[in-house]
Design a protein. Structure first.
Length: 461
């Protein structure tokens, strides 16, 4: 059944939308904006989600199936609206979706996308797929998390004067922790935008231009094959050298991590140096940070720092990385000696509210509209807009306010005739994503936009 989840685009909506065409007094023309109301973020994934969805040609069979599904919920499907799409618009939604370019830093409160209908009478389509548009919160959240992790690495690299290998310290261990392959796709490709070390093998085909890599590594299942754990480690070093590779990770807690550190490490380090291999010990249970510090102490005592390192993958997230680094610095352990594998701690905390995603009507029934709200963060911006750069900052202007070039690009547009215009995504598109300066924290509003909002203040207060 999961293979069929996109077979009928009319079903990819919230049930309450089925009643809106008859509850509204006018569907002639509508405009809506999508916002990240709470915090700044990197926009990522919206273009591909929109394109994949709206490129599906709607048919009468879709309408019939939607009618049947509505009846199962005790609802009535707005068939005539969608039969008009089939019969008058070649089966494609007559709307336009424009957004900031992928990879743009969007300060809090940015209307990063704008949707409007292009044929009169189809205003309800502007928000029909709101729920699907909202799903881009996850790739955007992951891209933002990866962006902040990279900025942290860049800052530490500059602080200590480390070389470019320092940027490989944070490695993705996230594949197995995802709820779905789709989430794994978004998180993995978002990671590759900013970070380099990854075990997300599947992302290599989606981001072929990314600077990414991984290393050979033991798992517990490998160590458990051997009656003598140390022989497993020695074989791993030899086989890595024989394969022409230069690094291998050794998980050390299958039996007794302290025995590996105190008894085996000197011999393993010497063997690794002889074979031209660097071993990366991975403590995976217990006080893993203390074990990493102990590994540094033993390696330093025996002059093996050129052949030994550590990677910690147990319970890691961005804040844990920073806390561990503070402890390492306090203990005199050079940061390049310890790498981190970040698993579900990279993405499990991200939901739609993390960055405050919402879609709100800006024009309907012949007038500018806004959600005023008693809570300022939930207020929206009235009217059709454009985003411009003024003095390096992103500013919201009314669409007709100035002749400045706007920053929106058209992601999808269909004017009711022929095929839609679509800004395609894919591997080449991913390579074009450019992350921009992230110093602006909040969106700026032009004088005309503020005047419109002030008029609503007079009306509602």
């Amino acid at each position: 059944m999961i293979k069929s989840i996109r077979n009928n685009p009319l079903l990819l909506t919230d049930s309450y939308n089925l009643s809106h065409p008859r509850l509204k007094c006018n569907m002639d023309w509508e405009v809506s904006h999508l916002y990240n109301r709470k915090e700044g973020m990197i926009l990522y994934g919206f273009r591909e989600i929109v394109g994949d969805l709206l490129s599906i040609q709607i048919t009468e069979a879709h309408v019939t199936e939607a009618e049947q599904c509505a009846a199962m919920q005790g609802l009535t499907f707005p068939s005539q609206l969608f039969l008009r799409i089939v019969r008058e618009c070649n089966g494609y939604a007559p709307i336009a979706v424009e957004s900031l370019p992928e990879g743009t830093w969007c300060p809090a409160g940015t209307p990063f996308a704008q949707v409007f209908n292009t044929v009169e009478g189809f205003g309800e389509l502007v928000t029909w797929w709101e729920g699907m548009f909202m799903h881009a919160y996850f790739p955007s959240g992951c891209a933002t998390e990866a962006f902040h992790l990279r900025r942290y690495l860049d800052a530490k690299q500059a602080e200590h004067g480390h070389d470019e290998s320092f940027l490989w310290r944070i490695h993705s261990f996230g594949f197995r922790g995802h709820r779905s392959l789709e989430d794994a796709y978004w998180a993995g490709t978002a990671w590759n935008l900013s970070l380099q070390g990854t075990d997300d093998f599947h992302t290599t085909q989606h981001t072929p231009h990314a600077v990414i890599g991984s290393i050979a590594a033991l798992a517990h299942k490998v160590t458990q094959q051997f009656d003598d754990e140390k022989q497993c480690f020695l074989r791993a070093i030899d086989e890595t050298a024989a394969a022409g590779e230069r690094m291998v990770a050794l998980v050390i807690d299958t039996y007794d991590a302290n025995r590996v550190i105190q008894q085996y490490l000197p011999e393993l380090g010497l063997r690794a140096r002889e074979r031209g291999v660097r071993i990366v010990l991975r403590p995976d249970s217990g006080d893993v940070l203390q074990q990493a510090i102990d590994i540094y102490g033993v390696a330093s005592k025996h002059g093996l720092l050129d052949a030994v390192g550590v990677i910690i993958g147990e319970g890691m997230n961005a804040e844990q990385v920073k806390r561990y680094d503070l402890r390492l610095e306090a203990e005199g352990v050079p940061l390049p000696f310890v790498a981190y594998g970040v698993g579900s701690g990279f993405y499990n905390h991200i939901d739609r509210d993390t960055y405050g995603w919402a879609m709100k009507t800006a024009y309907s029934n012949g007038k500018d509209r806004m959600k005023f709200s008693m809570v300022p963060i939930k207020r929206s911006i009235p009217g059709k807009v454009k985003l411009v750069r003024v003095g390096g900052e992103l500013v919201v202007e009314a669409a007709d306010e100035t002749d400045r070039d706007g920053a929106y690009e058209m992601v999808y547009r269909h004017d009711g005739i022929g095929e839609p215009a679509l800004l395609a995504a894919g591997p080449a598109f991913w390579n074009e994503v450019q992350q921009q300066d992230a110093t602006q924290l909040n969106i700026q509003l032009s004088a005309k936009i503020q005047f419109k909002i002030d008029a609503f203040v007079v009306q509602y207060l």
